[in-house]
Design a protein around this ligand. Structure first.
Ligand SMILES: Nc1ncnc2c1ncn2[C@@H]1O[C@H](COP(=O)(O)OP(=O)(O)OP(=O)(O)O)[C@@H](O)[C@H]1O
Length: 302
């Protein structure tokens, strides 16, 4: 569990993080979104104990990041945005070194490293030097390192940036898997990634929290309106469509296309097809459009 209360971080006169509060519980995968410079990395560095806050508190598994930093480091696995790996170390050697730092020894250490190497998909690369690995494989080493001591909280700063589409899928799968029994907070600029992985999304903009909501709810809430695009064989009487219950607006497009707007959560498709049958209009297609998370994000971070 991660509990952030009134967190503020000031660099000089700039509030990089400005009075942010949120809680993430066990089994939750929380997507942390925000434009460049919003304060995501700063929040994550504070939550992992790498930076002190200017004001406010952060507790990880009940431990305060400032007064109980050793306990926090036991509970948290962290993949920084620019993962500082030792390039001249071998994958195995590096992970054993990290495991030893966490107090693992002997067969326990060797078994744990072998297990992580397998889980993150590094089996074929494990005897290479880190400097010889591609970006995707280095990222996997970073993830293995973050997971090695079996932390209850995982904080990942843009874990899929720079990876190819296959690698992105694999890393997402791994995050989903570990997310069952841990608290995972990860930052990303890829909005579909949030929809694919997260139960919840937190959006910050210029250091302030602008949304904390279930992903589906956010898209619905900010959508404001539901849009149905109907295509008829030829132009139809839009005034008849405008009289349907719940319709807020009707716009005729080229040919027989018409857009109908209604309140969020309403579905006009049944009523449209019944009216078409009644009026003898040939209905070629009906498509309900969800307001995209991109549009919501743009709206909230303007
Ligand atoms: N060490 C520092 N000294 C001064 N200002 C800093 C420092 N680190 C970050 N900042 C500033 O704090 C703000 C928040 O930065 P942060 O890296 O947390 O944003 P971010 O949301 O992670 O951005 P990105 O998506 O680009 O990684 C930015 O304006 C940044 O320039």
């Amino acid at each position: 569990m991660v509990e952030i209360e009134h967190l503020t971080k000031t660099y000089g006169t700039q509030n990089a993080v400005d009075d942010i509060s949120f809680t993430a519980g066990k089994g939750e995968i929380v997507g942390f979104l925000g434009p460049n410079g919003a304060g995501k990395s700063t929040t994550m560095k504070i939550a992992t104990g790498y930076l002190p806050p200017s004001a406010g508190t952060v507790r990880v598994a009940g431990h305060d990041v400032q007064t109980e930093s050793l306990a926090v480091r036991r509970e948290v696995g962290y993949l920084p945005e620019h993962n500082p790996l030792y390039l001249d170390m071998y994958v195995h050697e590096y992970l054993e070194f990290i495991g030893a730092v966490h107090g693992l020894r002997g067969p326990g250490l060797r078994n744990r490293v072998a297990e992580l190497v397998r889980r993150v998909g590094l089996s074929r690369e494990q005897n290479k030097q880190i400097g010889a690995l591609s970006k995707g494989y280095r990222q996997r080493v970073g993830l293995a390192q973050a997971l090695l001591h079996d932390p209850s909280v995982l904080i990942l700063d843009e874990p899929t940036t720079g990876l190819d589409p296959n690698q992105i899928q694999e890393i997402r799968e791994l995050i989903r898997e570990v997310g069952h029994d841990k608290t995972v907070i990860f930052s990303t600029h890829i909005l579909p990634e949030v929809t694919a992985l997260c139960s919840r999304v937190i959006i910050i903009s210029r250091g302030k929290l602008v949304a904390d909501s279930p992903v589906a709810e956010l898209a619905a809430r900010a959508a404001g309106e539901t849009v149905v695009r109907a295509e008829f064989e030829g132009p139809v009487d839009t005034a008849r469509l405008a009289q349907l219950p719940g319709v807020r607006g009707v716009e005729a497009g080229p040919g027989g296309t018409v857009s109908l707007r209604s309140a969020p959560g309403t579905d006009l498709r049944g009523a449209i097809s019944r009216l078409a049958a009644q009026e003898g209009w040939v209905l070629l297609g009906l498509r309900q459009e969800q307001q995209s998370l991109e549009a919501v994000f743009g709206e909230l971070t303007k």
